[in-house]
Design a protein around this ligand. Structure first.
Ligand SMILES: Nc1nc2c(ncn2[C@@H]2O[C@H](COP(=O)(O)OP(=O)(O)OP(=O)(O)O)[C@@H](O)[C@H]2O)c(=O)[nH]1
Length: 190
């Protein structure tokens, strides 16, 4: 079995929130740190997937990070850069903007993992489509992703729909809620 690395997707522009979503505090520490703690039991190492600006801000920190290596603004940049960093690892990917996430969901994904498929992900809240930004991506997904990005296909959901993946029912679909703007954040009971 290939080693499983963690990847916190933190490199988005957070335009709607107006501040870096990965640094918002919901559980006593910045979300990117909180998620690192949650992922650690499943992974040999956990990296933050960051853009160039964030990476420069972290210059004096020893935080493990992978800087976006491609000229696109998309979560796929982060995942592809991770495969470029280590093509033989599998990557347990978690978006930084799911503050309700707990180990319950991560456990369900880890237990539902199918090594013969390219990825193991949950159905999204409609129970129909795959939720791409929380999942385990096997090494076989790397070349597929590379090709897709080369062709300008940047929709992670579409990419999953076109490939052989393992879909798992989320134990608590609420945990997959994205919080993208201050209004949604204010409504959260955390
Ligand atoms: N590494 C990396 N992560 C990204 C990139 N774009 C989005 N993400 C991450 O993917 C997840 C979902 O991001 P979105 O909500 O689609 O985009 P966003 O840039 O964070 O927010 P908006 O600017 O408001 O759309 C978050 O965890 C982001 O940090 C990117 O270009 N690089």
């Amino acid at each position: 079995m290939s080693k499983l690395n963690g990847l916190i997707l933190a490199g988005g522009r957070s335009t709607r929130m107006g501040q870096d979503k990965s640094q918002l505090v919901y559980h006593g520490k910045p979300q990117r740190e909180h998620l690192t703690d949650l992922l650690r039991p499943y992974c040999s190492v956990v990296f933050w997937s960051v853009n160039a600006i964030q990476s420069a801000e972290l210059l004096n920190s020893n935080q493990l990070r992978i800087v976006d290596a491609f000229d696109i603004t998309s979560p796929l940049n982060g995942i592809l850069s991770a495969f470029q960093y280590d093509a033989e690892a599998a990557w347990f990917v978690v978006a930084c903007d799911m503050p309700l996430l707990t180990g319950q969901s991560l456990d369900a994904l880890a237990k539902g993992r199918n090594l013969a498929k390219m990825a193991t992900v949950f159905y999204d809240s409609d129970g129909q489509l795959p939720e791409p930004l929380l999942g385990i991506y096997e090494p076989a997904f790397g070349p597929i992703l590379h090709q897709a990005v080369k062709e300008g296909a940047y929709s992670p959901r579409q990419l999953l729909q076109q490939n052989d993946i393992q879909l798992v029912a989320a134990p608590n679909i609420r945990e997959l809620t994205n919080i993208n703007d201050p209004v949604a954040r204010a409504k959260l009971d955390l």
